[in-house]
Design a protein around this ligand. Structure first.
Ligand code: PRX
Length: 630
């Protein structure tokens, strides 16, 4: 953790006040009123929300808090898919569109709630048939196609724990995740399509399952003609569904049964398997979709993330479907076939709520307003942002050009660990560029010093959450000590690992990570993960990795490498190292710069002082270097 968080803030930020209609028509209503209602009786607040959903049997207690362990909706029974699918099919949304998918080449696929339920039930039955049971882990490594959501929902239907791995990860990263979660089945596709090119996904899986003894089956969605050959233990996604009933009784899940594992980067080389449970996660994502995103029956909602990240779990699949929304998904990239691809989708589909990341917004800014200006974006009523700080310039551009000075921006702060969004400026409240806003009703957030004392307005510190919330992580898979660290770094509070500044009116500005995690284009990358990928190359003796501010991606990755004796630095070796990181960890973790060095700054106990490297790189004061070795 960095020691210097004495950040002073200039408070001359312009405030944007949304049309009062937003507050008047919003599910949340008045923010302060809702927040006070929560504070008056937190359990009653969450109970009221939980009661909007279907449960097989109710809870004994809303919450049991045995620091640092929380149990929510104790002893209640449920299945989230009964809420995401059956609840709508059995009511008035049977023929409502649940999912619209667009491929790069213009193909469109539409699933009504009834059709989605049938597909999920058939695939769930197929998984049961090959022996997948409640509590088994299934790894999903797929492109952004409807089958990815169907696979997730099918696991949820039968109580299998899914671990979705983003399709951009490389073979070593995938293998580590399969092994750690002891996945019994891996679900993949032959290819993913990106900017007109087919990327061989299955080839990566072939390599990743070599040292994965728990894997019994690999299920392959074959998208391409001619169909790829399947070998021993491999099965075709749709052939498995043939002859399967579209009736699949949902597994009865306890509210505290594990629901899914999702890996996120940590300060060590080993990613953390964040464990979420069934009941609290369902309530948290449903609540925020309905009351913060204000999803209504006639909305067409597009979150441009991938379900391989938590944003996709919570705000493409489970939350919006629990609310009964129409969700648009697509394999499109923002700059292919041209810089108008996203805007043409918004205009064509009449998207009303659009949720994306600051890196994408900065890329749109660079490509120029003439692109969005070509399209009619008047259907948009709310625009959102997540994953990294939305700088004031990007806020203003997004507000003016995409939101046409009318749409409120929901800049939402949250994490894989929190399951649901936690801090934002809810509809109707004044927006302040650079600040995410305040804790939503249901959440108690603060900025504190190292000892946990609340900092004065205008001062920086660590972002903390002061009381448990339903969709919080319950543990780190196979590593509960890492879980406890979140709550024990500052006694009694959840330390998010972010540096933040408290504005004079309680609004919070997020500055970035306080630890060795680099957020590159909104993706969490552990410095230690990249370092171990580099060191696994035969030519590398030691490596140190830092994040450098980048105007487009938020941060870029810079690596310092010491070569083993007998290896000469040079461009070819650099390219080889980059290729090595790409194939092991994945494209998202590839360093933007590599410097070959003879020495790295270390403490006397041998720990690399990345802080010193970063200060040198940026020409700033390295701070306390008394522990630096001679
Ligand atoms: O540093 C914060 C940043 O992303 C981290 C969490 O990353 P991940 O678990 O991958 O989840 C990302 C999507 C929820 C946080 O610790 N972050 C997330 N949202 C924001 C943000 N930083 C600033 N502003 C945000 N809105």
């Amino acid at each position: 953790m960095t020691e210097d968080f004495d950040v002073r803030l200039v408070e001359d930020v312009k405030t944007y006040t949304p049309d009062p209609q937003y507050r008047k028509n919003a599910w949340m209503g008045d923010y302060q009123k809702a927040y006070n209602e929560f504070l008056a009786d937190p359990d009653a607040f969450w109970e009221k929300i939980a009661k909007e959903l279907d449960w097989i049997s109710p809870w004994d207690k809303v919450k049991e808090w045995n620091y640092p362990y929380a149990r929510w909706f104790t002893n209640a029974k449920l299945n989230i898919t009964a809420n995401c699918l059956d609840r709508h099919v059995n009511n008035h949304r049977r023929n409502k569109v649940a999912l619209i998918w667009r491929g790069e080449e213009g193909r469109e696929r539409i699933f009504t709630y009834q059709k989605l339920l049938s597909q999920v039930a058939r695939f769930a039955n197929a998984l049961r048939k090959i022996g997948v049971k409640k509590g088994d882990c299934v790894c999903i490594y797929m492109p952004l196609v409807p089958e990815q959501a169907i696979a997730m929902l099918a696991c949820a239907r039968i109580g299998a724990i899914h671990s979705v791995v983003f399709g951009g990860f490389g073979a070593a990263a995938l293998n580590m995740r399969i092994q750690d979660a002891e996945a019994k089945v891996v679900i993949t596709a032959d290819i993913t399509i990106r900017r007109g090119k087919a990327i061989q996904l299955k080839a990566i899986v072939d390599e990743a399952v070599i040292n994965a003894p728990t894997v019994e089956h690999v299920v392959v969605l074959r998208r391409r003609d001619p169909l790829v050959d399947l070998h021993e233990r491999e099965m075709d996604f749709y052939e498995m569904m043939e002859g399967m009933s579209d009736d699949c009784p949902p597994e009865v899940m306890d509210a505290e049964d594990p629901f899914f594992i999702l890996y996120t980067s940590g300060s060590t080389g080993k990613p953390k398997g964040i464990v979420h449970t069934c009941g609290g996660y369902m309530v948290g994502t449903y609540y925020t979709c309905k009351y913060v995103f204000d999803l209504k029956d006639n909305d067409i909602y597009w979150c441009s993330a991938d379900p391989g990240w938590i944003t996709g779990h919570s705000y493409i699949v489970y939350g919006p479907l629990a609310v009964g929304a129409t969700v648009f998904i697509s394999e499109l990239t923002p700059d292919y076939p041209d810089a108008g691809s996203f805007w043409s989708m918004i205009a064509e589909q009449k998207i009303t709520i659009f949720y994306t990341a600051p890196t994408a917004i900065r890329m749109f800014m660079k490509m120029g307003e003439s692109w969005p200006d070509k399209y009619n974006l008047s259907s948009l009523r709310i625009i959102g942002s997540v994953g990294e700080p939305l700088n004031p310039e990007a806020f203003e551009w997004y507000y003016r050009v995409i939101g046409r000075q009318k749409c409120p921006i929901l800049d939402t702060w949250w994490q894989t660990e929190t399951g649901m969004l936690m801090i934002t400026t809810v509809l109707g409240e004044p927006m302040r560029p650079g600040f995410v806003g305040k804790a939503i009703p249901g959440v108690v957030a603060d900025v504190v010093d190292k000892d946990g004392n609340s900092v004065k307005p205008g001062t920086g510190g660590l972002l903390v959450i002061k009381s448990p919330w339903p969709s919080m992580l319950r543990t780190v898979y196979h590593d509960d000590e890492r879980y406890r660290k979140y709550w024990e770094t500052i006694k009694g509070m959840y330390t998010a690992g972010d540096l933040a500044v408290k504005g004079k009116d309680g609004y919070i500005m997020i500055l970035g990570r306080a630890d060795d995690i680099i957020i590159v284009a909104g993706h969490n990358i552990g410095t230690a993960e990249v370092e171990s990928a580099l060191v696994s190359h035969h030519a590398v003796a030691e490596a140190a990795v830092i994040g450098k501010p980048d105007p487009m991606k938020g941060n870029s990755i810079k690596a310092f490498v010491i070569l083993r004796v007998g290896n000469e630095p040079g461009d070819n070796l650099k390219q080889d190292l980059l290729h090595h990181v790409r194939t092991t960890l994945g494209a998202i973790a590839v360093p933007h710069e590599i410097d070959f060095v003879d020495k790295l700054p270390k403490t006397r106990s041998g720990k690399i002082m990345r802080r010193v490297l970063k200060a040198q790189e940026m020409g700033i004061d390295p701070g306390d270097i008394s522990t630096l070795e001679e």
